[in-house]
Write a protein that binds this ligand. Structure first.
Ligand code: ADP
Length: 178
C-alpha cells in the first residue's frame, strides 16, 4: 500500500527491516543497552556486523522514548536510528513513550538531511504492545509529522507478517479517511 501525503510517500510493506536497500536509514527496535538481541535488533546487528554494536556502546544506555543515530556498516543503508520503545504495561505512559520514539526518529532523519526512513512496528514484539494499538500510534504520529518534513520524502513501515501488514493497512485507511 502506498499513499502520497503532501509531498511524502507513505508505504506499508511486508518484509525484513534489515533488507531495505533503497532507504537512507532504518529504525532499530533496540534494547536499552543497544546490543544485538532477538527480533529486529538481532536482524539489524547480524546484517550490520559487529562494528555496529561497538559503535553503539558509548551511546548506551538509552531510556524508553529516546532515539540515537549511528552509521549502518554492512547494512545497505547510510544510517541506523535506534529507538527504545516502551515495554507494554511497564514503561508508562506507554503511548507517549511510543509517540516519542517515532517523533524523535523522524526528527533525527530530518536533521541529518536523510531522504527516506524505514520503521518496524516498535514495541509490538518482545515488548508486548498490542499490534493494532501500536500501529495506530505509529501511523498517527507519522501523519502528524509529515507536514513539517523538508528532507524526508519517503516513509516506509516494514511489517513482518501478512497479518501485521493487513492491520496497518486497515488503520491507515481509516486514519486518512477521518
Ligand atoms: P520490541 O522489543 O520493540 O517489541 P521486536 O524486535 O521484538 O521489538 O519486535 C518488533 C516488531 O518487529 C514485531 O512486530 C516483530 O514481529 C517485528 N519483527 C521482528 N523481526 C523483524 C524483521 N527482521 N523485520 C521487520 N520486522 C520484524
Amino acid at each position: 500500500m502506498q499513499k502520497r501525503i503532501d509531498c511524502v510517500d507513505l508505504q506499508l510493506i511486508q518484509g525484513d527491516i534489515a533488507n531495505q536497500e533503497d532507504m537512507s536509514c532504518v529504525v532499530n527496535a533496540a534494547n536499552a543497552q543497544l546490543l544485538p538481541g532477538g527480533g529486529v535488533a538481532g536482524a539489524i546487528h547480524r546484517a550490520a556486523g559487529p562494528e555496529l554494536a561497538r559503535t553503539c556502546q558509548p551511546l548506551a544506555p538509552i531510556k524508553p522514548g529516546e532515539a540515537v543515530i549511528t552509521e549502518a556498516f554492512n547494512l545497505p543503508n547510510d544510517h541506523v536510528i535506534h529507538c527504545l520503545g516502551p515495554v507494554y504495561g511497564v514503561d508508562k505512559p506507554e503511548e507517549e513513550l511510543l509517540i516519542s520514539c517515532y517523533k524523535k526518529a523522524i526528527e533525527l532523519a530530518e536533521k541529518q538531511g536523510l531522504e527516506s526512513i524505514a520503521f518496524p512496528a516498535i514495541s509490538t514484539g518482545a515488548f508486548g504492545y498490542p499490534l493494532a494499538e501500536g500501529a495506530e500510534v505509529a501511523l498517527r504520529t507519522v501523519l502528524d509529522k509529515i507536514p513539517d518534513l523538508k528532507n524526508v520524502q519517503k516513509i516506509r513501515f516494514v511489517l513482518f507478517s501478512e497479518r501485521d501488514l493487513k492491520i496497518f493497512q486497515e488503520i491507515l485507511s481509516r486514519l486518512i479517511n477521518e
